[in-house]
Design a protein around this ligand. Structure first.
Ligand code: UDX
Length: 440
């Protein structure tokens, strides 16, 4: 099948490349010419394990091309998949301007009289019907547009794996032929299909992300309570997760959730509920708990160094919003760094691959380092904000050896309390007892 994917962000690019891999002819379109030129050279603009190899393979076998020209990308496909960004507006709702632009370009450039338009971008309920209207109001009267809502559930860092091993493919459509066409597209993945109406498919995406965010905020609140009553969140989390009705995933306490989806989608769902006069108090609390989490860690750290970070050398290890990605959008680390800068600390940062993105945000306000050793040398406190393998497997005795004062505040519970107890350092983490070094 001839498929055009609009948008070459994480979702669009991974989707387009994976569809080429299973045998479709795919054009990945983006308005960003520079990005498209990079892709044409077989280079991935984002870090995603396995993606670049798959791009090159499918370019070579001529199933995958890239374009920044809408007249080429939208002229002849059987299916157009919309995977452009829907950033949050200032009120939390989703900004649909990129989606609308795609709809308008489809009506302008499509040369066929039938097309199926599939939305993967996370959009507010009812948007798919709007997309159909936006296309039809300018198009030739004979054009038949079928719309399908087909949300994605990819995690950054494992997006290719998730595409081929997902739990379900949700197809929300208004007629059977469109649903059948999408089944034909995705059949080689051999994953279960769930057929729904369009509104339900749109809601499934929001509900899934909101539920996962709720699990995270819930376990963070339990962790905060554990600290107060002297319990250990790791043991609590493990045993709670062993109940199959609850499940062990997304019960890792820490600095809270970040990234391009959870913060945006939880806010959008609260907004959406407001528009139909429904107060989503539960989700509002989930967001509030998440927003507070980095500040609790900062409070702990301030307590350790003695109220302020002024003129103190402090390190932040891990900036990406989670391991195996260079994405720093809504990363909790950014809040830590901003607060440290505000307090006039000297800030050293380290991330194995996200440095280029961090530089765009902080420029020369912080010091960048290539190794953990350099980053922590002579510092008075180290924050751990992302559980990268490099950080989890770091020789912990070096904290004691290299730091001026060995204070480690671990926002991701990377080390076992038993191991840390053997070193004479102060070690604070989330939902576990703080270890205080002697002679403080
Ligand atoms: C998420 C969803 O998982 C995916 O289905 C959706 O399509 C897009 O949003 P992603 O944002 O890539 O994927 O990351 P995910 O692995 O879900 O982690 C999100 C955030 O939650 C990260 O900041 C992570 O550190 C945090 N998290 C996750 C926790 O704090 N604890 C956990 O137990 C799990």
């Amino acid at each position: 099948m001839n498929i055009t994917v609009a948008g070459t962000g994480y979702v669009g690019l991974v989707t387009g490349v994976s569809l080429a891999e299973i045998g479709h002819r795919v054009v990945c379109f983006d308005i960003d010419k520079e990005k498209v030129m990079t892709l044409m050279k077989g280079k991935s603009p984002i870090y995603e394990p396995g993606l670049e190899e798959m791009i090159i393979k499918n370019q070579t076998n001529e199933r995958l091309t890239f374009s920044f020209e809408p007249n080429i990308a939208y002229s002849n496909p059987d299916i157009i998949i919309i995977a452009v960004g829907t950033p949050g507006n200032s009120d939390g709702s989703a900004d649909l301007s990129y989606v609308k632009k795609v709809a308008k370009d489809i009506s302008k450039y499509l040369k066929k009289d039938k097309v199926t338009v599939v939305t993967k971008s996370t959009v507010s309920i009812g948007t798919n019907h709007k997309i159909k209207l936006w296309i039809e109001e300018d198009a030739n009267a004979d054009l038949k547009v079928d719309i399908v809502s087909n949300p994605e559930f990819l995690r950054e860092g494992t997006a290719i794996y998730d595409t081929f091993n997902g739990d379900r493919i949700v197809i929300g459509s208004e007629n059977e032929s469109a649903a059948k066409l999408l089944e034909d597209v995705y059949r080689p993945f051999n994953l279960p299909f769930v057929h729904t109406d369009i509104e339900s498919a749109e809601m499934i995406k929001y509900a899934s992300n909101a539920f996962l965010a709720t699990k995270i905020s819930f376990i963070n609140e339990i962790a905060n309570l554990c600290e107060k009553i002297g319990a250990n969140i790791e043991d609590v989390s493990k045993a709670v997760g062993m109940d199959r009705r609850i499940g062990s995933d997304f019960l890792q306490a820490g600095l809270g959730y970040g990234g391009s989806c959870f913060p945006k989608d939880t806010n959008a769902l609260v907004q959406l509920a407001g528009h139909v006069q429904h107060s989503f108090n539960l989700l509002e609390s989930v967001i509030e708990v998440n927003n507070k989490q980095p500040f609790l860690l900062l409070q702990k750290a301030r307590g350790i160094v003695g109220s302020s970070f002024k003129d103190k050398k402090v390190a932040v290890l891990g900036i990406a919003f989670k391991p195996n990605t260079d994405d720093i959008r809504e990363a909790a680390s950014l809040i830590l760094i901003k607060e440290l800068i505000k307090d006039k600390a000297i800030v050293n940062v380290f991330d194995p691959i996200a440095r280029h993105n961090v530089e765009k945000v902080f420029g020369d306000l912080v010091n960048y380092n290539e190794t953990i050793e350099e980053t922590i040398k002579d510092t008075e406190l180290v924050f751990i904000a992302t559980e990268w393998t490099q950080i989890k497997t770091f020789t912990i005795s070096k904290y004691k050896e290299l730091m001026k004062t060995p204070n480690v505040v671990d926002g991701r519970n990377c080390y076992s309390l038993q191991d840390m107890k053997k070193l004479d350092i102060t070690y604070a983490s989330v939902g576990r007892k703080t270890i205080i070094r002697e002679n403080v």
